[in-house]
Design a binder for this molecule. Structure first.
Ligand SMILES: Cc1ncc(COP(=O)(O)O)c(C=O)c1O
Length: 409
């Protein structure tokens, strides 16, 4: 009856069943996988949105519908100003708004790959890529991010082997990466562009976490964006959006910036406009809020950074007192990765550990396999750092106690 692209296994996984069973007994489960800032008291974005909506409501222009497939010009100009940092010039004509980043990916897969063709995605990574590509009939192939020095880096040799496959049409990079919090380093960015040029691939950089560095850094130290203003750059699409950048998932507003060699990028922007025109999914009323919201970005970011730093510091303190646990270093993002196991290499089973955390501590964390971490015998739990500090500290304590017991047994 149903198409193969929709033939998912919809049965509940053991972890969600355990959460449901515990809640059915009336016991609490603290959800440390929740990455929704609006449920964690992070409301600077929401307050800016309320002000922007009030302003938009006073504008008589909202009474008419004058659709522009790329999104309203004023919103695209504000996005171009945001991306112009570091001396880049962005033409608002090369900005296309979408209803969320997921829709941005869908548009790009439609634009770049025919059914059966491939896109390269980082592993570990954001588990939605397989679904987004699969719904467009496109296959994903992964390239590894490996732990090196103070964080995760792209395994360039493995990536180069995958990129040489003629079925591959695009290379996706996440800057900063979720959940490892790693930025694409300057020399790796050069290597990605060189691979794209060599094999005629498009570069797609997901930069929704670009402003989430724990420590702000100058552009010379780390790239603010993978956008390369030079005209001989490969075809490049930058994705960003309100859900992470402005802590406003409820706005459902994201965008694609098209860059690269002029002839190709202008044609790509025109074709992307035709795709967007087919759906016209972005509300011009909500898009009208964007200029004011991007102005409010510094205050929103400051609130996010303060919260993430406080929870990370608390977690680091607790982990330091837990013999079998390590908190992996990150440059950015809203997640923390805990590695659990003895120095001699024995580690608890990841799924059993995550289940024990729900059943015995009432705390839900993502097991590492959810993000497709390499199966190297280590156990990993990934937690969101957005929760309110007090419940976060208590949940982390309970989770680490269960982990310490699991390591000892
Ligand atoms: C890598 C990455 N990109 C984008 C998003 C956000 O997508 P959306 O704008 O559809 O909420 C997420 C959310 O977790 C993510 O991890």
């Amino acid at each position: 009856m149903f198409a193969r692209r929709a033939a998912w296994d919809l049965s509940r996984n053991p972890l969600s069943l355990a959460v449901e069973a515990r809640r059915a007994r009336g016991a609490e489960v603290v959800d440390l996988t929740d990455a929704n800032p609006t449920r964690a008291g992070l409301l600077a974005g929401g307050e800016a949105l309320a002000r922007a909506l009030a302003e938009v409501a006073r504008d008589t222009a909202v009474r008419r519908y004058e659709p522009d497939p790329r999104g309203p010009r004023a919103a695209r100009e504000a996005i171009a100003r945001y991306h112009a940092r570091g001396g880049r010039e962005i033409d608002p004509e090369r900005v296309v708004l979408t209803a969320g980043t997921s829709e941005g990916y869908a548009h790009l897969f439609r634009l770049l790959a025919d059914p059966g063709q491939r896109v390269l995605v980082p592993r570990p990574g954001y588990p939605l890529f397989d679904f987004l590509a699969g719904l467009e009939g496109v296959e994903t192939r992964s390239y590894p991010l490996v732990r090196r020095g103070g964080g995760f880096r792209i395994e360039l040799d493995a990536l180069a082997r995958e990129a040489a496959d003629p079925r591959v049409r695009a290379l996706l990079a996440v800057h900063a990466h979720n959940p490892t919090g790693a930025f694409v380093h300057v020399d790796d960015a050069h290597a990605l562009r060189a691979l794209c040029r060599e094999h005629g691939l498009a570069l797609v950089s997901d930069e929704v976490f670009a402003e989430s560095a724990l420590e702000p850094a100058a552009e010379e130290e780390r790239l603010a964006s993978l956008l390369d203003p030079r005209d001989d750059a490969p075809l490049h699409f930058v994705l960003s959006g309100a859900s992470k950048l402005l802590a406003l998932p409820q706005l459902k507003l994201s965008w694609i910036v098209v860059a690269g060699a002029p002839a190709l990028r202008d044609e790509a922007a025109a074709r992307l406009e035709a795709i967007a025109d087919t759906y016209l999914s972005v509300s011009p009323v909500l898009a009208a809020c964007l200029p004011a919201l991007l102005e409010a970005r510094p205050a929103i970011e400051a609130q996010l950074r303060t919260r993430v730093r406080a929870n990370r510091d608390e977690l680091a303190k607790q982990v330091a007192a837990t013999p079998c646990a390590e908190l992996l270093p990150v440059e950015a993002g809203f997640a923390a990765i805990l590695e659990l196991g003895d120095p001699d290499g024995t580690a608890p089973d990841e799924e059993a550990l995550a289940l024990a955390c729900v059943e015995r501590a009432g705390v839900l964390a993502h097991p590492g396999f959810f993000f497709d971490f390499e199966d190297d015998g280590r156990a990993r739990l990934v937690v969101s750092l957005l929760a309110e500090p007090e419940p976060f500290a208590a949940a982390a304590r309970a989770l680490l106690a269960v982990a310490a017991e699991a390591c000892a047994s």
